[in-house]
Design a protein around this ligand. Structure first.
Ligand SMILES: Nc1ncnc2c1ncn2[C@@H]1O[C@H](COP(=O)(O)OP(=O)(O)OP(=O)(O)O)[C@@H](O)[C@H]1O
Length: 170
């Protein structure tokens, strides 16, 4: 499990990341039924999983963990959760300590690579239009931001530029 996993998240946790982009100004009381990790659900059925994801999505929390897997629901609109502040916030944090986020996955892959000196792999799957390319871009953005070299060498632009070519080639 996660070293500092919160599991069932109640009100008052991690105020910096609660209900991002919901426009409620934080005045809305978070529901006790809001789970950041689907493994914390007491009853695990398709219905309870979808209900938990739906409830989070309505509050603009598009990311939810299923243990070490990140479930992302395409919001089809801009959410202000990808700026450098968030790269910094997730830097060197154990998975599950902060709210679920694609930057948390990137950060864990990056730091595990450094620690173990082994290549890491992030598998992104989903149906067409679900946000795989966008998620890949966010991952690369975070990885290059975490790497000092990435910032000066323009490697993010180079990798992102290669994406469409690779997609065309299947
Ligand atoms: N996290 C996100 N925030 C905002 N918009 C998003 C996000 N993820 C996806 N989108 C929107 O959804 C659209 C489709 O996403 P994307 O192209 O990443 O899907 P895909 O899974 O790669 O699709 P395909 O398999 O057809 O290539 C994007 O152009 C973008 O407008």
């Amino acid at each position: 499990g996660y070293p500092e996993r919160r599991g069932h998240a109640g009100p008052g946790h991690d105020p910096a990341l609660r209900d991002l982009g919901s426009g409620t100004g934080g005045s809305e009381v978070p529901s006790l039924e809001e789970y950041e990790d689907l493994c914390s659900l007491s009853t695990l059925t398709e219905d309870t999983i979808l209900a938990a994801l739906r409830q989070r999505f309505y509050k603009h929390n598009i990311y939810t963990y299923a243990s070490g897997i990140l479930v992302a629901i395409n919001p089809f609109k801009f959410l202000p959760i990808y700026n450098p502040k968030y790269v910094k916030m997730y830097n060197n944090q154990p998975l599950g300590k902060l709210s679920p986020h694609i930057f948390a996955v990137a950060d864990v892959a990056y730091h595990t690579m450094l620690k173990k000196q082994e290549n890491q792999c992030v598998v992104i799957s989903g149906e067409s239009g679900s946000g795989k390319t966008q998620s890949t871009n966010f991952l690369i953005h975070c990885l290059t931001a975490l790497s000092q070299k990435g910032r000066s060498s323009g490697v993010e632009r180079t990798i992102l530029g290669a994406g469409p070519v690779l997609e065309v080639r299947g």
